[in-house]
Design a protein around this ligand. Structure first.
Ligand SMILES: Nc1ncnc2c1ncn2[C@@H]1O[C@H](COP(=O)(O)OP(=O)(O)OP(=O)(O)O)[C@@H](O)[C@H]1O
Ligand SMILES: [Mg+2]
Length: 241
């Protein structure tokens, strides 16, 4: 199974008089792992929700595999900072929400290492386990695109590293296209083939991360991190001056 190829042309998105995204052109290759960074309120989630079809565009076009799309596509899944599990349904039933196939749900739970928790209530799971269930729910739909909006933002550092490794492993294994919004530039560089920075409604930086996987936090890694952080901070400094 391969990922979807995404082409975004001249995308505008406004809420009333507030223009959040302006004239965005972006191409994401099939199976690519793209990370989106940028300061709070710059429009990262808006871009993700627009690609998900949860927000309509104010102008421009979005195509999947060269076919213009509108609205939610059934091969797209999203993952958020909160796991969004139904507390009154057991783990397996939660994974089957939106993907009724039991065998696929079980396979997905097994892929995230939680098949033995199938019959548990979400309430007894740790934060990291809840996010694994949420990831399993995304995987159970055989996604061609997973949109991650700060999925690891609430996790402790160690759990976060484990989840990053799991996401990378499953992405390599299953080939879906991934778009990850994160505040953590290091996380973006650990996971993504390419990092874009959103600023003033547009793409201010588009960097290909040319490092072997799995990535180590070595000097090359730090070079990328410093370059992107400097670019973000330079802008912030400029604004407050
Ligand atoms: N449904 C909405 N109606 C009105 N304004 C909105 C709506 N959604 C987002 N906005 C505004 O659009 C801008 C971008 O919001 P968005 O949530 O995309 O930012 P973000 O980059 O994801 O921020 P954060 O890093 O804090 O999550 C903000 O000014 C926000 O207030
Ligand atoms: Mg956001």
């Amino acid at each position: 199974m391969s990922g979807v190829e995404i082409t975004i042309e001249k995308l505008d998105k406004s809420f009333g008089t507030l223009q959040v995204l302006e004239n965005i052109d972006l191409h994401v290759g099939a199976g690519e792992f793209l990370a989106i960074v940028g300061k709070s309120g710059c429009g990262k989630s808006t871009l993700l929700r627009t690609i998900a079809g949860l927000e309509s565009v104010s102008g421009g076009d979005i195509s999947f595999n060269s076919i213009p799309v509108k609205g939610v596509q059934d091969t797209t899944r999203m993952m958020f900072q909160d796991a969004r599990l139904l507390p009154w349904k057991d783990v397996l039933t939660n994974v089957r929400v939106g993907n009724s196939d039991r065998a696929k749900a079980e396979a997905a739970l097994s892929n995230v290492g939680l098949l033995d928790k199938s019959d548990e209530w979400p309430g007894v799971l740790s934060g990291g386990q809840k996010q694994r269930v949420s990831l399993a729910r995304a995987l159970a739909g055989d996604p061609k695109l997973i949109l991650f909006d700060e999925p690891l933002g609430a996790l402790d550092a160690l759990t976060r590293i484990e989840m990053q490794q799991l996401i990378e492993e499953l992405w390599k294994q299953q080939g879906f296209t991934s778009i990850l919004v994160t505040h953590d530039v290091g996380e973006a560089i650990i996971l993504a083939d390419r990092v874009i920075l959103i600023e003033d409604g547009g793409i201010a930086l588009d960097v290909r991360v040319d490092l072997p996987r799995p990535r180590a936090r070595d000097s090359k890694f730090t070079e990328y991190e410093t370059m992107i952080l400097d670019r973000i901070l330079e802008k912030k400094g400029g604004e407050s001056a």
